[in-house]
Design a protein around this ligand. Sequence first.
Ligand code: ADP
Ligand code: MG
Length: 234
Amino acid sequence: MSDEGQAVVAAVEAVAERLEAERSYLTELDSAIGDADHGGNMARGWNAAAEEVAGLNDPDPATVVKTTGKTLMSEVGGASGPLYGGSLVFASAEFEDGITAESAVAFAETYLEKVQDRGDAKVGDKTMVDALVPAVHTFKKSVETDDLPPVEALAKAVAAAKRGVDFTVPIRASKGRASYLGWRSVGHQDPGATSTLYIMEELLSVAQEQLGVEEPAVDAASPTVPDGEEATED
Ligand code: ADP
Ligand code: MG
């Protein structure tokens, strides 16, 4: 199996495990502002995808991503199946010549574009788009303008997605089932933005493992107590 194909299979397996672990939390979030199926949708869909890609014979990265998307489309109904699955199928073509910083940026942009084409949501509608837009923009800027190595760029993107998830809490839903609640959707975290963050966190951790990076470099600027000095309490 190609190293890159193998890395993507490992990523799909890591995502499936994580979403299985978060199944009840995601369902809890969806029960507050939706129909309590998001945890089941994600866990079922990604588990099926992990099984499917494990059975591929020496796949390239594009084939693994495309197979994952197709499986999500057939296993997951509702809003999220076509949004996650269809967008992955479409964006998988960006990896046809392999995974590079450039093709990863193209993949992220195409994925976001497809989610927005299909779902017609913009930032502030309280959907997965609130996590994706800042993540994709941050990833692109980190690679293209700041010249960061891809894994560091991805770590920045994950931090941006996290802020996007937090941003969904105080706002009112304007798309999807949660929009039926109107103002009663305020104060609840969006399930799809949350699962999007978990997926990105797993991609980051697999990328770090594959490239032998142990610590994300994002918080390098956080203050530390200098050697020999004790933190004082007052
Ligand atoms: P369903 O809403 O069909 O029950 P899920 O519960 O699996 O599907 O997924 C709900 C998530 O889908 C929401 O939390 C939101 O993030 C996302 N979502 C719903 N509608 C849209 C849309 N039009 N555009 C983008 N994301 C959407
Ligand atoms: Mg739901």
